[in-house]
Design a protein around this ligand. Structure first.
Ligand SMILES: NC(=O)C1=CN([C@@H]2O[C@H](COP(=O)(O)OP(=O)(O)OC[C@H]3O[C@@H](n4cnc5c(N)ncnc54)[C@H](O)[C@@H]3O)[C@@H](O)[C@H]2O)C=CC1
Ligand SMILES: O=C(CO)COP(=O)(O)O
Length: 329
């Protein structure tokens, strides 16, 4: 079993650390906050981000970057997309070329609109970077609920190594070499989860949700393929799989944010209430810009952009989506 370091002590980083430690790895979590480290050490719980889950014996915590990664053979990056570049730059001097970095954040970099594995690779060119993605809420993975994900890397050997290390009877991993398709699916499904939540918040039904998911995956695929991803990846775990879980689960931060928006709360009020990262908000802006740049039709994305950033009434946005000219499927 390889030693694992987890950078970031939010819900996902903590859940992965708990799961890997319980299944035999030696895991250390790096947090930027000393009070979080103290609490996790003393109380054996991450009360803010993963309440109700006991942190297993042996799981360690630190705020010291060098100490966090010096023995780690696999390093998990689990900070929100907005923090990925700075975190990678801060850690880069301590990484060695033997270490494999696994990004688990789902989003695109604000401004550059880059995929996150590219951002990390740019900051730490000495390391292999791969991606863990798929339908996997932290709240369930931390409780050993059977989950399937994938490890994506153009280097299949690296993907297989991480797959073999991280797999256990409660956490099944597939490999995938379509890094672009995987990362675009992971990022764009959060936009659709906002849409699904808004629909729920407006009081619409299962028909509406099915429409958002089906037409949503169509536009996710259009942009993803235009950017170099493969069509079939969008039918897999990091496409339709993650779309299903995020659009339907009450664990989803993006869906819950959508529900509040649909109920009439402002974006500011909504983010204040969720208290965890809602990646779809930044991704809507990125996807909106990329769709324009690549001349790809993304009606649901555009509608969510208008609701979030142009003050459009959500019900009006739905009406406009439904009243577009007739099309062939
Ligand atoms: N929570 C989940 O079930 C899953 C989350 N993800 C992705 O993982 C990423 C992290 O999400 P969560 O753990 O849910 O977030 P979270 O909201 O639970 O925690 C965010 C963590 O990042 C830290 N943080 C915030 N700003 C930072 C900065 N500038 N520098 C360093 N650390 C910073 C916070 O202190 C906190 O520990 C996101 O991209 C999310 O989409 C992916 C799969 C599942
Ligand atoms: O990516 C996720 C599940 O696969 C988590 O989604 P949320 O960020 O919406 O909770």
């Amino acid at each position: 079993m390889k030693k694992v370091a987890v950078i970031g002590s939010g819900s996902w980083g903590t859940a992965l650390a708990v799961m890997l430690q319980k299944h035999g790895h030696d895991v250390i979590i790096w947090s930027r906050r000393q009070d979080a480290v103290n609490e996790m050490q003393k109380e054996r719980e991450n009360k803010r981000y993963l309440p109700g889950v006991t942190l297993p014996e042996g799981l360690e915590f630190t705020t010291d970057r060098e100490a966090a990664v010096k023995d780690g053979e696999i390093i998990i990056f689990s900070v929100p997309s907005k923090a990925v570049r700075q975190t990678a730059l801060d850690f880069a001097p301590y990484f060695t070329k033997e270490q494999v970095l696994v990004n688990v954040a789902k989003g695109l970099e604000e401004g550059s609109l880059m995929r996150l594995s590219k951002v990390i690779q740019e900051c730490a060119p000495q390391c292999e970077v791969c991606i863990l993605s798929g339908p996997s809420h932290a709240e369930e993975v931390a409780r050993d609920i059977p989950t399937t994900c994938l490890i994506a890397s153009e280097n299949e050997e690296i993907a297989k190594m991480v797959q073999m290390e991280f797999m256990n009877p409660r956490f099944r991993l597939y490999t995938n070499t379509d890094v672009i398709g995987v990362e675009m699916g992971a990022a764009l499904k959060n936009v659709m989860a906002l849409a699904a939540g808004i629909s729920d918040g407006l009081g619409f039904g299962d028909n509406t949700k099915a429409a958002i998911m089906t037409r949503g995956i169509a536009e996710m695929k259009r942009l993803g393929v235009e950017m170099g991803g493969k069509t079939e990846t969008f039918a897999g775990l990091s496409g339709i799989g993650d779309l299903i879980v995020t659009c339907t689960s009450m664990h989803s931060r993006n869906r819950r944010a959508g529900i509040l928006l649909g109920q009439g709360k402002s974006l500011e009020e909504t983010l204040g209430e969720i208290k965890m990262v809602v990646e779809g908000v930044n991704t809507v802006q990125a996807a909106y810009t990329l769709a324009k740049e690549h001349n790809v039709e993304m009606p649901i994305t555009n509608a969510i952009y208008d609701v979030l950033f142009q003050g459009k009434n959500a019900e009006q946005a739905v009406l406009e989506l439904m009243s577009r000219g007739g099309k062939a499927e």
